[in-house]
Design a protein around this ligand. Structure first.
Ligand code: KIV
Length: 287
């Protein structure tokens, strides 16, 4: 049976009924088809694609134009999932009008259901402005990869009481600003528990323990398809790197060894045409 479109009320209902919300990143059409088929609730077109798909060292070089193209492809493959476009670096920090214009592109050009942006109290005014402009916003606090220069690298956050309070306050600020949900990245489970218990909006965790209302993983991590580094919180459900390397090597060996292509891979010349071809080539002086 086809599922109906996942909406904000669907997510809130799941939260209220204590049914865990499932969320994955996705960057392309074929993977979107599979995530849709698996019934994933929320799909995030994350700017992590800068690292997982485009090979950059961080997410900072990713632009709005790139994000929109990927979001469009994902929406074509996942018509009913709740689709979130991730606001890339400097697409919402410069000014509120620019943030609204860029977030609006995800909604208008890629049929996203919402956008996500990184930051707490420092972006509360942007969250409020986007919400007022009819664009639902998921907040993102804890480890925020766009701030690696300030954070000093990809490090867990909120590991002492003072910084934990900062995270808890940021979550409150985001909810008050109108965020429909919040993503917590790389913080201790005890801190995430406080945030989830105090919130009346869905709290999703990535590396934030079991107490959040839902879980997110980066699809390339889950599939074992990105091995430059693997965060502690990742569980690998497949080993695509090995499977794909084996397939590529077998293909190369077959071509080099003359085992591919085989007769079943060829298009047959129509009956009698080979003799005609020989004659034609002779007539044209090509044989
Ligand atoms: O870009 C992304 O995929 C993200 C996750 C790291 C949370 O923001």
């Amino acid at each position: 049976m086809e599922r109906s479109k996942v909406t904000i009320p669907t997510l809130v209902e799941k939260m209220q009924k204590k049914q865990p919300i499932t969320m994955l990143t996705c960057y392309d059409y074929p993977t979107a088809l599979l995530e849709e088929r698996a019934g994933i609730d929320i799909i995030l077109v994350g700017d992590s694609l800068g690292m997982t798909v485009l090979g950059y060292d961080s997410t900072l070089p990713v632009t709005m134009d790139v994000m929109v193209v990927h979001a469009q492809a994902v929406r074509r493959g996942a018509p009913t999932a709740f689709l979130i476009g991730d606001m890339p670096y400097m697409s919402y920090q410069v000014s509120i009008p620019e943030a609204i214009r860029n977030a609006g592109r995800f909604m208008a050009e890629a049929a996203c259901d919402a956008v996500k942006l990184e930051g707490g109290r420092n972006v509360a005014d942007v969250v409020a402005a986007l919400t007022k402009a009819t664009i639902p916003v998921m907040g993102h606090i804890g480890l925020t990869p766009q701030s690696i220069a300030q954070l000093g690298g990809f490090r867990a956050q909120g590991r002492d009481a003072e910084t934990a309070v900062h995270v808890i306050e940021d979550a409150k600020n985001l909810e008050e600003a109108g965020a429909f949900a919040i993503l917590l990245e790389a913080i201790p489970p005890e801190v995430a528990k406080v945030v989830a218990e105090r919130a009346s909006i869905p709290i999703i965790g990535i590396g934030a323990g079991p107490h959040t209302h839902g879980q997110l993983l980066i699809v390339h991590d889950l599939l074992g398809f990105f091995d430059r580094f693997t965060p502690k919180f990742v569980k690998k459900y497949a080993d695509l790197n090995s499977a794909i390397t084996q397939a590529f090597t077998a293909y190369k060996d077959d071509v080099v060894g003359g085992r591919f292509p085989e007769p079943q891979h060829n298009y047959a010349l129509k009956a009698g045409e080979l003799a005609k071809l020989g004659q034609l080539l002779k007539d044209k002086g090509l044989s």
